[in-house]
Design a protein around this ligand. Structure first.
Ligand SMILES: [Zn+2]
Length: 334
């Protein structure tokens, strides 16, 4: 199937690939030059196989699932398509992406999600594929641990998905208290302008004690769940704010490269704290769920998209993200 691309998001993973930091983990592009972007929305231009179902005809709006496994294994059999070993990383790093006018879908329509009912298809690319899907999986992992009046924190409110994570927490933990944590006041303001307001926020002092701020905000009870979208130098600090039986979900992959340690590990045992990873993106089933939520108007997928740009400006968009100038999400509209 050939897709005419209408929107291709710029993700922080694209910056990592551009810098070459994934080369050592098998995440290098299969060949150079490499066309980036794994957040793709488009319209079916041409159908090449008779076995493609009627849900995908020429002119159908679609979103592309980025974790395109090639061979079934025990993980994909369980529905954990994002954990497949073939390939071990998403199309983000290894395959041709969406910064082009037309995108040829790898040979199976299962990677496409029918986007009927999604009115702004270009804007849907980042929030409904990698950016929003990543935070959706993390919040769904944390939600069963959260009781009414518990405290839930999102660390890192900027580009990856603070605006999406906050919306999902409001939806799946509706009686929880939501705390936003970010070094930048502007990121706090940005998320607050999109979601129902945060219950509170913390801008960690550079030399101060963020744990005492959390203790004060939670009236001593600590955080029942943490969604860590930074994941670099944060775990060692914020795990100490996790309440008994709480869950810490690590999402951010490659922040500043700082090392994290848990010290002392005994408290994790004594307090039965849970630590979980949530690998970027999510399963194919979760991909369908996210699109269904957007279709029903449960989440605002448009507002977090703060810039649209022509294909020629994709490189400038990457540079802006690299230099920390971007709040929200940028989308290239070939
Ligand atoms: Zn991504």
């Amino acid at each position: 199937m050939l897709i005419r691309v209408v929107g291709a998001g710029i993700c922080h993973s694209d910056v990592h690939v551009w810098e070459g930091v994934w080369s050592s983990t098998g995440g290098a592009p299969r060949r150079l030059p490499h066309i980036q972007s794994h957040e793709i929305a488009g319209v079916v231009e041409r159908v090449g196989g008779e076995r493609v179902p009627d849900a995908f005809r020429e002119g159908t709006g679609v979103l592309v699932y980025a974790w395109q496994w090639e061979h079934d294994d025990m993980f994909t059999a369980e529905g954990l398509t994002n954990l497949s070993d073939s390939p071990p990383l998403s199309q983000a790093s290894t395959r041709t992406g969406g910064f082009q006018e037309y995108y040829l879908v790898p040979p199976h329509y299962r990677y496409l999600i029918n986007a009927s009912g999604i009115s702004d298809l270009a804007a849907a690319a980042p929030p409904l594929t990698c950016g929003g899907l990543t935070t959706y999986r993390a919040v769904r992992k944390a939600a069963p641990y959260v009781r009414p009046d518990d405290y839930v924190a999102v660390i890192g409110l900027g580009g990856l998905g603070g605006a999406y994570a906050a919306q999902y927490i409001r939806k799946f933990c509706p009686q929880a208290n939501l705390i936003g944590i970010d070094m930048k006041e502007s990121a706090v303001d940005f998320v607050s302008s999109i979601t129902p307001p945060l219950d509170s926020h913390i801008v960690p002092p550079h030399d101060g004690d963020v744990l005492s701020s959390i203790r004060a905000e939670t009236h001593g009870s600590g955080l029942r769940a943490v969604i860590d979208l930074v994941g670099s130098g944060t775990l060692s600090t914020y795990i100490r704010a996790l309440a008994k039986g709480g869950i810490y979900v690590l999402v951010g992959l490659m922040g500043s490269g700082k090392t994290d340690t848990i010290s002392p590990p005994g408290s994790t045992v004594l307090l039965e704290r849970n630590i979980s990873g949530s690998y970027v993106g999510g399963t194919l089933a979760e991909q369908h769920e996210v699109v269904a939520l957007a279709r029903k108007g449960v989440i605002d997928y448009r507002k977090p998209v703060t810039a649209r740009m022509p294909l020629d400006d994709a490189y400038a968009g990457l540079q802006a993200l690299h230099s920390g100038q971007v709040l929200g999400r940028q989308v290239v509209t070939p």
